[in-house]
Design a protein around this ligand. Structure first.
Ligand code: CU
Ligand code: CU
Ligand code: CU
Length: 489
């Protein structure tokens, strides 16, 4: 904040009149040039950096794009820390709209100047974030992005996101340590002829906006190298606002080693991987085929319950084709050769939550038109008989769920709507319980709930008091009301 006395103010006013200075709010010409993605690693328990969000000229394989970036790069700087470290971010908002930061998936305080999504950083203002990562925090792939309600989808879609890597036990498994490590940030972009992100129609917002350019680490079809006979470790993040990816690799099965919240118990061979917005997954790939290039593919995925080709589809126009086509996202390229590495079986001492849930809560997700406001998205809270007892549209002044620190709870999330909703909760990760009542040995913070489905999740509220949120990670849905407030006490 610049403090001025009246005399100075008049002087500044004169300059404004001459067009030399703009008081209050960013000048419309605040556009920065693209820079290479930075990597910031903690030293002696501290990672300190300046982060600036600004409109940026980005080169997308020869196409000029005007996007939002952190520190001029797409994706933003990668932050690498260890359990027990503190992250201090001096954050400046050079956008012409309010924003803030969320530290997705980290088990950290949701209050004060930590992972507090109720904060507002106005245009041209700065704010000092301080994130203390607990000593027992799992290693894994996490990320940061804006969480200013009403602007989240737009700000992510235009490019704001970055990885947070917590190093630890997972990185020390010999085969994983020897693998070639690749961060794979998946992000779709839509551009008009002049390189701007076009405004979305209400129908696009209802569906969740998607773009036809599929980028990996801000590039189109980049090369990821692997040594023949060696392993590649791909650390996927879906940083798209709405797109769900159906991932596979030509001629190569994947071996899942980590989900949102870190390592699984044992590696698991999979042929394809469904990744909803906000989700992370780490896979190992064995380079035991003929030295060549292999496509990393995104296949079609229907998140509209078979309705995409119908009325919803035709009203969407051009963008619908993107959901139904197969696209090469990147290439896995063999280079050189090494001694044979095998896929490790045991990945971690994973522990299921042993404590019995003290409570089961029921939630239902759907959307409908609201008189005078247009389409809105809801999370109703139900009793066990299905009667509505709370929830509804997001209201930051309300607390929808009061949770007790130390409790384990089951939440049953149902979807009575007509499209997929990936349900996400802050602060504490959960285990997904299958239909036979068995918990999956994996930590997640996003569970995909398809129309007509119910998913049961189990979580323990640990360490941190304060208010946080749960919401759909199709970010247009969140902006249109599909979010609730939980208070840990
Ligand atoms: Cu998120
Ligand atoms: Cu949704
Ligand atoms: Cu969130």
């Amino acid at each position: 904040m610049i403090k001025t006395n009246r005399r100075d103010f008049l002087k500044l006013g004169g300059l404004v009149g001459l067009g030399l200075l703009t008081a209050c709010g960013p000048s419309p010409s605040t556009v920065v040039e693209e820079k290479a993605s930075e990597v910031h690693k903690s030293k002696n328990g501290l990672l300190e950096l300046k982060l600036v969000a600004a409109l940026t000229n980005i080169n997308l394989n020869g196409k000029q794009a005007k996007l939002f970036s952190y520190n001029g790069s797409l994706p933003g700087p990668r932050l690498e820390v260890q359990a027990g470290d503190t992250i201090k971010i001096n954050f400046t908002n050079k956008l012409q709209q309010p924003t803030n930061l969320h530290f997705h998936g980290l088990h950290v305080s949701p209050s004060g100047n930590s992972d507090n999504v109720f904060l507002e950083v106005k245009p041209n203002e700065s704010f000092d974030y301080e994130i203390k990562i607990p000593k027992n925090h799992p290693s894994g792939t996490f990320w940061y992005h804006p969480h200013y309600h009403g602007k989240v989808a737009e700000q992510l879609f235009k490019g704001l996101s970055g990885l947070i890597i917590v190093r630890g036990a997972l990185d020390k498994i010999p085969e994983i340590a020897a693998a070639s490590e690749h961060f794979v940030v998946l992000k779709d972009i839509e551009l008009d002829a002049s390189g701007n992100v076009p405004r979305s129609s209400m129908m696009e917002l209802v569906r969740g906006r998607e773009g036809r350019l599929l980028t990996v680490n801000g590039q189109i079809n980049p090369k990821l190298s692997v040594v023949k006979n060696g392993l590649a470790r791909l650390r996927f993040l879906n940083a798209s606002s709405s797109r769900i990816y159906n991932l596979s690799i030509e001629n190569h099965p994947m071996h899942l080693i980590a989900t949102d919240g870190g390592a699984v118990a044992n590696s698991q061979e999979i042929q394809n991987l469904i990744l909803a917005p906000g989700e992370r997954a780490e896979v190992l790939i064995k380079a035991d085929k003929t030295s060549a290039e292999y496509k990393i593919i995104s296949s079609s995925y229907d998140r509209f319950n078979g309705m995409a080709g119908g009325m919803m589809g035709s009203m969407m126009g051009a963008n619908i084709s993107s959901q139904n086509s197969t696209t090469t996202l990147a290439r896995l390229v063999y280079e050189g050769s090494s001694q044979k590495l095998s896929i490790p079986n045991k990945i971690s001492d994973f522990k299921l939550l042993e404590q019995k849930p003290v409570n089961t809560r029921y939630f239902n997700l759907y959307h409908r038109g609201v008189m005078g406001r247009g389409p809105r998205f809801f999370i109703d809270i139900l009793d066990s008989s299905g009667k509505k007892i709370g929830g509804g549209l997001f209201d930051h002044k309300k607390v929808n769920v009061q949770a007790k620190l130390g409790d384990v709870e089951d939440w049953v999330i149902s979807n009575s709507g007509s499209m997929d909703h990936p349900f996400h909760i802050h602060v504490n990760s959960f285990q997904v319980i299958d239909s036979s009542g068995k918990p999956e040995p994996a930590w997640r913070d996003i569970v995909l709930v398809k129309p007509g489905q119910s998913k049961r999740i189990r979580m323990k509220f640990e360490d941190f008091t304060g208010k946080a949120v749960y919401h759909c990670h199709i970010l247009d849905h969140e902006d249109l009301g599909m979010m609730g407030v939980i208070e840990f006490a």
